[in-house]
Design a protein around this ligand. Structure first.
Ligand SMILES: C[S@@+](CC[C@H](N)C(=O)[O-])C[C@H]1O[C@@H](n2cnc3c(N)ncnc32)[C@H](O)[C@@H]1O
Length: 280
């Protein structure tokens, strides 16, 4: 892949999904996209770039390219400290806020194969605070392939590596061959949709939510892409709604209109409430 081919492909991928392939990742890009060239019978990356721009199948192929370039690593009960703070401090606040309506909406943005969205639903059920409520967790991802796995709801040991035996017994049915399936009562609280977080118009179709989890997604974005995605979250959150990021992520230098919420042992962000500040 020449430097020019790399630049063209990188810019094309970036403008579609915000993922910035760093200069030193040229060889990784080459290795990951090469099977796509072979599958299409193309001889070089200039041809592949032309295909992505002009072929009738370009949208399908762009999805395949993004698929090849993204990582979908995830598992149940990831980042337990944050989940504990969510359970102990944010859920009581949300229960109180929405008590009159008995309705709760949570968005797992960049949910990959679904473990995060299901984990949230499990925590909600375990808290018993929302019994009889209208509860929905939206799992969205740019990749259709991971969403097929999410909708199936069947997982192996790698997905369960941080799940306690008690949680396995409570929330999963054994399937044999080292596989389990998420129980139906949890699944009924979760729905999955394909969504590119950089597609502002599509994101505006998302319902308003009380909290957004967007963990380990924006690490692949550069500053302008992060700003755009944060604007989307700000727009979709109700006033006083929470934003939870991954541990290596923060809103420094982003100038986003969120306030920092200090939780015991963790941090979250909040869209400023309409009510006076100072209460959770
Ligand atoms: C590393 S996984 C994180 C999964 C989960 N949030 C977690 O922390 O365990 C990152 C996910 O972000 C998705 N992603 C990357 N760019 C995206 C975009 N522009 N819109 C939506 N999802 C995106 C990828 O497809 C991938 O499944």
């Amino acid at each position: 892949m020449s430097a020019e081919e790399f630049r063209l492909l990188r810019d094309h991928v970036y403008s579609h999904c915000g993922i910035l392939v760093r200069e030193d990742m040229k060889f990784v890009m080459e290795r990951r996209l090469w099977p796509r060239l072979e599958a299409l019978g193309l001889r070089d990356f200039a041809g592949y770039h032309r295909y992505l721009r002009y072929d009738a199948q370009r949208r399908v192929e762009l999805e395949a390219a993004v698929e090849a370039l993204t990582t979908h690593e995830t598992y149940f009960f990831r980042e337990p400290g944050q989940l504990q703070a969510f359970t102990d401090e944010l859920l009581p606040a949300l229960q109180q806020r929405n008590g009159a309506l008995k309705r709760l909406r949570i968005w797992s943005a960049g949910c990959s194969t679904g473990e995060e969205a299901f984990t949230i639903a499990m925590l909600l059920q375990q808290s018993r605070r929302f019994e009889g409520w209208d509860v929905l967790v939206y799992g969205t991802d740019i990749s259709r392939r991971v969403l097929t796995t999410a909708r199936r709801g069947e997982y192996g040991p790698s997905s369960l590596r941080a799940t306690s035996p008690e949680h396995v017994a409570r929330f999963f049915l054994p399937l044999g061959a080292n596989k389990v399936r998420v129980k139906d009562d949890v699944r009924s609280w979760v729905t999955f949709e394909q969504l590119n977080l950089l597609d502002e118009e599509a994101c505006r179709q998302m319902p308003k939510v009380d909290a957004v989890f967007c963990r380990n997604v924006m690490i692949y974005f550069d500053l302008p892409a992060r700003r755009r995605v944060l604007q989307v979250f700000h727009d979709r959150l109700v006033p006083g709604g929470y934003l939870l990021l991954g541990h290596s992520e923060n809103l420094l230098n982003l100038g986003a209109d969120f306030e920092l919420v200090h939780l015991q042992g963790d941090l979250a962000y909040r869209k400023p409430p309409l009510l006076p500040r100072g209460t959770l």
